[in-house]
Design a protein around this ligand. Structure first.
Ligand code: ACO
Ligand SMILES: O=CC(=O)O
Ligand code: MG
Length: 568
């Protein structure tokens, strides 16, 4: 039990029963009541979330406001770069706290949503780490998030099981399982089903707070060997955001009465501004860091977003923006050099290919692409990588083990000092490649189908033999928006066709017809394809680019109880 000290309010008058949940003063729950959820949404756990919300809300608002100001500067022609004011941090000799022994070896990490069966499969997959995702891979509905918390709690205490009745198969944990990291949502997403002092709570503080409150003690015993819990932190743009997380961790450690530096986190470098802040981010989190990760898909999305007002930096077709483009390779090389200089892991990212069950030749080709990507990563000096599917783990493991041997990581052996000379120009270099009608069509087809899945509760889906999640869908959206905004010529087709609203309208119509043919009339009618098409089309043609696809779409999955009691 944690000591909430002066933050708790235990007077009987302050207790309020709302929507069936026993809530502390100032907290209002508008999501559906469920007996299982009530074991997570206890009064003390909610009080802990409220403590965090009250202490950090003004810092978060300020950080979000700073993002807006930076966006205005980029829209007026500026480009991101290294901050002269923090040169001493970049050039100084300092190290992050030593890596906890329990996570020294992270050569292959599996990721996936906090869905019950997938959690069991991922923990049993043979990967060293499982990143349980409340972010890119999860549609953040009340049901998904609260069930996810129940599932995580059962996973940490080891009791998690799942009975697949259709297949009469019972899932439970093996003796040896992956180490658990949890990725909360980004700062931008609210949790509209929990109000604190009249405002929606910050999504990531709900995800972090509930998980930490219920699991820190069991996790440190069973998984972290005295450290933990462990987290992945997404979509940051500046070190001031890392500073907030560091303070959140310190507050949580204090409340829980555990040693400072117990909690550890890997930060995803997945926005363009953040690549110029890697040292600064590690510095802010130096007592709580366990490395950085190349979140390549959001990074590509962020490149377009950051340069939304720079028509000289248009992207080619999405499929051509791989890790071998100069700006992507530079980002990965500098991340490795930065992490190893500071004594922490430099994690690689996700290849989009997944196993193709019904076509052995195509499956082999997909596996070869994954292996090639992992070989590039391990040879560059990454200490580990991500796999989207259990079927990819043996291949990823083999590539990393063949190149790293029995060493748990390459932190001491791959310093990559050659990357010290990488410049702002290297990191911003325009991607090379061509734009095609096929690219426009694929973006549209994938974007709509992804959103249709997301609106019905699935945040990661297989589409055309690739993994699609919120980050990959964002690329489809912003690329369409960019091409429409600047009326670009599809220069890869040799026909000189320009992207206009009329052309896009026709493409949407034709791609919707194709989706209907592919998924079948029945699924198409019952699904959310039409709604998804409306949202996606609106966002692609909006005069001003929406910051996030999921922020607008979130309004469609907020369900208040009792029904109709209120709305966003
Ligand atoms: C940009 C980023 O942020 S990347 C990180 C976020 N994205 C992700 O985490 C994506 C994770 N991956 C997935 O969600 C899935 O693999 C998908 C959606 C891509 C493909 O899913 P499917 O086509 O349903 O997979 P498939 O049918 O081949 O699954 C076979 C088995 O593997 C399991 N499985 C598949 N992927 C995973 C996973 N990532 N973790 C755990 N188990 C998994 C399935 O549950 C299924 O189990 P079963 O045989 O016991 O029923
Ligand atoms: O979160 C990972 C990414 O690639 O985006
Ligand atoms: Mg991401």
């Amino acid at each position: 039990m944690m000591d909430l000290g002066t933050y708790g309010n235990s007077t009987p008058m302050a207790r309020k029963i709302a929507s069936g949940y026993d809530v502390p003063e100032g907290v209002d729950i508008r999501g559906r009541y469920d007996e299982e959820f009530a074991k997570i949404l206890t009064k003390d756990a909610l009080q802990f979330v409220a403590v965090l919300q009250r202490e950090f809300r003004s810092h978060i608002k300020y950080a979000v406001e700073c993002r807006r100001e930076a966006k205005t500067r980029y829209n007026e022609g500026a480009v991101p770069g290294f901050d002269p004011a923090t040169r001493n941090i970049r050039e100084g000799e300092w190290k992050c706290a030593a890596v906890p022994p329990s996570v020294a070896d992270r050569r292959v990490e599996i990721t996936g949503p906090v869905e019950r069966k997938m959690i069991i499969n991922a923990l049993n997959s043979g990967a060293k780490v499982f990143m349980a995702d409340c972010e890119d891979a999860l549609s953040p509905s009340w049901e998904n998030l609260m069930r996810g918390q129940v599932n995580l709690k059962d996973a940490v205490d080891g009791s998690i099981t799942f009975h697949d009745r259709a297949r009469n198969r019972v899932y439970k944990l093996n003796d040896e399982i992956a180490k658990l990291f949890v990725r909360p949502r980004g700062w931008h997403l609210p949790e509209a089903h929990i109000f604190i002092d009249g405002e929606p709570a910050t999504g990531c503080l709900v995800d972090f707070g509930l998980y930490f409150y219920h699991n820190h003690a069991a996790f440190r015993r069973s998984q972290g060997a005295g450290f933990g819990p462990f987290f992945y932190l997404p979509k940051m743009e500046h070190s001031r955001e890392a500073k907030i997380w560091n303070s959140v961790f310190e507050r949580a450690e204090k409340v829980a009465g555990i040693e400072r530096g117990s909690i550890r986190a890997t930060v995803l470098i997945e926005t363009l501004p953040a690549v110029f802040q890697m040292d600064e981010i590690l510095y802010e989190l130096r007592d709580h860091s366990v490395g950085l990760n190349c979140g390549r898909w959001d990074y590509i999305f962020s490149y377009v977003k950051t340069f939304q007002a720079h028509p000289d930096r248009l992207l080619p077709d999405r499929v051509q923006v791989g890790m071998t483009q100069h700006f992507m390779r530079s980002y990965s090389d500098l991340l490795i050099r930065t992490c190893h200089r500071r004594g922490v892991h430099a994690m690689g990212g996700m290849a989009a290919q997944i196993p193709i069950r019904d076509d052995p030749a195509a499956n082999e080709a997909a596996l070869d692409l994954v292996k090639k990507d992992k070989l590039r990563e391990v040879k560059a000096g990454h200490d580990g990588t991500w796999a989207a599917h259990p079927g990819l783990i043996p291949a990823c493991m083999e590539v990393f083990t063949n190149n790293m041997g029995s060493a748990p990581n390459q932190i001491q052996t791959m310093k990559r000092e050659d990357s010290a000379t990488l410049t702002e120009e290297d990191l911003l270099q325009r991607p090379r490649g061509l734009r095609t009608m096929d690219g426009l069509r694929l973006n549209t087809r994938v974007g709509i189908q992804y959103l249709a899945a997301w609106l019905t509760g699935s945040g990661s889906v297989p589409l055309y033999n690739l993994m699609e999640d919120a980050a990959t869908a964002e690329i489809s959206r912003v690329q369409n928006w960019q091409w429409l905004k600047y009326g670009v010529e599809l220069n890869g087709d040799g026909l000189g066709v320009k992207v206009t609203k009329e052309l896009f309208g026709r493409v949407v119509e034709e791609e919707m017809a194709r989706i209907e043919r592919e998924v079948g009339k029945d699924k198409f009618q019952k699904g959310m394809y039409k709604e998804a098409c409306k949202i996606f089309t609106r966002q692609c043609t909006a005069p001003i680019l929406d910051d996030f696809l999921t922020l607008d779409a979130y309004n469609h999955i907020v369900i208040y109880h009792p029904k109709g009691s209120s709305s966003l």
